[in-house]
Design a protein around this ligand. Structure first.
Ligand SMILES: C[S@@+](CC[C@H](N)C(=O)[O-])C[C@H]1O[C@@H](n2cnc3c(N)ncnc32)[C@H](O)[C@@H]1O
Length: 239
């Protein structure tokens, strides 16, 4: 897998929207392609311009959790498996990752999980109704370590504003990263944000999120001797 040689910083139709991901030219395996063809119609969120009705996702009224940047889907599958009373939505732009997840779902069907191949920023803005999410998980987002790329980090004040508007008051936000500089950045942006409060006290790290299984990117970081930082915030206004 390699970066697309021409990976624009902004969306072609929205020059004001910075892309937090690099276009990658990872090739689909045969199995992934087959899984996408067969199972995207089952697990995929219909790609329409309409706002989503959360009850229509899995055909019931249930709390809704979302993972942004699911990679190969280890975490969102664990979330859906361990919390069958919730509905779960996993978002990513990377087709081979979605293919991997769908192959896993072929072995272990999870009726409370749906996926979308989409830029999460656009999806939140355009498809999700206000106050619809009960928890959001963002594990090992792309760190964009060079200073000139920091504007491409997903966690930004503007993104938190959108996220907050789509979350229910009192909903939880869990994050993890193995990049100390990004961890510090996240704490600074979140502590400055008027919508979120740190569950463990101002500026504090959280214990490992109980719902976070080891993911590919965590394992990669650990192989390089990286420490992992967890954060847990809550949207103000709950009971
Ligand atoms: C470093 S990987 C981590 C994947 C997984 N969470 C893990 O821990 O293994 C970051 C993932 O976020 C996805 N991503 C980055 N920006 C995104 C966006 N705006 N919308 C959806 N997915 C995004 C990338 O495609 C990539 O799969």
């Amino acid at each position: 897998m390699s970066r697309h040689p021409d990976s624009p910083e902004t969306c072609p139709d929205r020059p004001d929207r910075v892309r937090s991901f690099a276009l990658r030219t990872g090739r689909l395996t045969k199995g992934q392609r087959r899984a996408l063809e067969k199972l995207l119609p089952v697990y995929g969120v219909p790609d329409t311009p309409e706002r989503l009705e959360p009850e229509a996702l899995c055909g019931r009224r249930a709390p809704l959790g979302m993972e942004i940047g699911i990679g190969g889907g280890e975490a969102v599958m664990a979330l859906a498996r361990n919390h069958p009373d919730w509905d779960w939505l996993g978002l990513d732009v990377y087709a081979p990752g979605l293919g991997k997840l769908l192959l896993r779902l072929e072995q272990e069907p999870l009726p409370n999980l749906r996926v979308a191949k989409t830029d999460a920023v656009a999806f939140l803005e355009e498809r999700l109704p206000a106050g619809s999410m009960d928890a959001v998980y963002i594990f090992f987002p792309d760190p964009w370590p060079k200073a000139r790329h920091h504007k491409r980090r997903l966690i930004q004040a503007s993104f938190l504003g959108v996220l907050a508007s789509r979350m229910r008051p009192g909903a939880d936000l869990f994050l993890a990263t193995d990049w100390p500089d990004y961890a510090q950045w996240m704490v600074e942006v979140l502590e400055a944000d008027p919508h979120f409060a740190n569950v463990h006290g101002c500026g504090a790290w959280a214990p490992r999120c109980p719902d976070r299984p080891p993911t590919k990117f965590e394992e990669r970081g650990e192989g390089r001797g990286h420490e992992v930082f967890d954060l847990h915030y809550r949207l103000e206004g709950g009971e």
